[in-house]
Design a protein around this ligand. Structure first.
Ligand SMILES: C[S@@+](CC[C@H](N)C(=O)[O-])C[C@H]1O[C@@H](n2cnc3c(N)ncnc32)[C@H](O)[C@@H]1O
Length: 417
């Protein structure tokens, strides 16, 4: 019986991909699977909730909706939270935490609103059992969420615990790691079906390549971690262990190799260690090297998925960028930002001409906040998809590297003024 209403939040731009994933994992469709803003709403069973935690690569969490009521004041929030049967989900001996998100809420202080929801939960337990649960903000047993719009308050209990992008294998990371959920969204958007090679030439700690390698091996993303639902009252160890057993039985050897390289050898080291923890060290190959110089890692053309360096978060390095040692090469008289922009510009122009010359037949998908990247690279994209990397608005561009385009383009370029 699909007795629960679940909300699965995801990065903006990823909602349709997540709905496809949920459909594939649960078979749910129609009114049981609705695409919302920033996530999908699912009518599902408790078992589905556990399965989604274990298998979803795109969702940030799996929340169970427990109430949806109109509100105008903090007192209304108190009433709404006091009416929820929290005792079905946890006991007063467990710690909990309340988090509030809001869009166009008329309330002045979200801190005060949080306090009112927390008081209502505590009071409900105290009235029923004479004991109150404690608050724990860092490592709570149970997480409650309230989402406020201009008119309505929705209350959820979280079944995931730590957010789902934390798969449990990425202990080593660089300066601008991509969330695993977003790396998975790039893979899903590209339509990669694990039958052609995949290559990330700016791989950092290996997130995209490792996610792809797990997809190729059908390794469930949640097998290495714990979940919030393990501390909730409906949890039954045998149900969970069945689901994990089914997931383990699905794993199989990959048909292709996944490749990654990075100009920073420290990153290659990190990527290798992460791949080992993720159980895919036999499927991925990481190497050091400048993306502007590395030739295709294999003969068969495949797919490149790239989250390149960009000024705001991380600088380009290698032949077009900073010094090989990673120190900033100060341009006399030039501001740091000015130098960065110019060098990043160079990097992308050179990357495009390297790809045009040497990667004929490959398809490249590039995630960037630079909405003008195609014209900067003098490449025409064949797809552009909006995707948010946290607060940063990005596009995922697809470029098809057609054989012969380099020569035509160079001829065109030489005619340019
Ligand atoms: C935004 S980070 C990628 C992060 C990666 N997706 C992860 O999750 O860890 C960009 C990466 O590009 C690398 N990089 C910078 N210039 C490069 C170049 N010329 N060739 C190859 N990699 C480069 C940096 O060392 C950094 O690891």
């Amino acid at each position: 019986m699909n007795a629960l209403q679940l909300f699965l939040p995801c990065a903006a731009g990823v909602e349709d991909l997540l709905a496809d994933e949920v459909h594939r994992l649960t078979g749910l469709a129609g009114n049981d699977l609705l695409v919302g803003r920033g996530g999908v709403v699912v009518q599902a069973s408790w078992r589905d909730a556990l399965r989604l935690n274990l298998h979803s690569r795109l969702s940030q969490r799996v929340l169970v909706q427990l109430s949806h009521t109109p509100y105008r004041s903090e007192a209304d929030l108190y009433e709404a939270a006091a009416a929820v049967a929290w005792e079905i989900w946890f006991t007063p001996r467990q710690t909990f935490k309340v988090e509030i998100t809001a869009q166009h809420s008329p309330l002045k202080s979200l801190n005060f609103a949080t306090l009112k929801v927390k008081d209502a939960v505590v009071d409900r337990f105290r009235n029923k059992f004479g004991v109150r649960p404690s608050i724990e903000t860092q490592w709570p047993d149970v997480r409650l969420y309230a989402h406020l719009t201009a008119t309505h308050c929705t209350l959820y209990i979280d079944t995931s615990g730590e957010p789902l992008f934390k798969r449990g294998w990425r202990e080593d990371k660089g300066d601008a790691p991509l969330k695993e959920t977003l790396a998975a969204a790039m893979i899903a958007a590209s339509g990669w079906d694990a039958t052609v090679p995949l290559y990330d030439p700016c791989c950092g700690s290996g997130t995209i390549a490792i996610e792809a390698a797990q997809v190729a091996c059908r390794i469930a993303p949640g097998l290495l971690r714990r979940f919030g639902f393990e501390k909730l009252l409906p949890y039954q160890a045998h149900v969970w262990s069945d689901l994990k057993g089914e997931a383990q039985a699905m794993a199989r050897p990959a048909e292709v190799t996944v490749y990654g390289s990075d100009v920073a050898f420290r990153m290659v080291d990190f990527a290798n260690r992460n791949a080992q923890r993720a159980g895919v060290e036999g499927v991925v190959q990481f190497r050091g090297g400048d993306a502007l110089q590395r030739m295709p890692p294999c003969e068969q053309p495949g797919l490149m998925l790239v989250n390149p360096p960009y000024g705001e978060r991380i600088e380009t390095a290698g032949v077009a960028g900073r010094t090989q040692g990673g120190r900033v090469r100060a341009a006399p008289g030039a501001g740091r930002e000015h130098a960065q922009t110019e060098e990043a510009g160079d990097f992308f122009v050179q990357l495009a001409s390297h790809w045009k010359k040497n990667y004929a037949g490959w398809t490249a998908w590039v995630l960037t906040p630079d909405l003008k990247l195609p014209s900067r690279m003098r490449l025409k994209e064949s797809r552009r998809m909006p995707m948010w990397n946290g607060p940063i608005e990005c596009r995922l561009f697809r470029f098809d590297m057609v054989a012969g385009s380099a020569r035509q383009r160079e001829a065109g370029d030489s005619r340019a003024p």
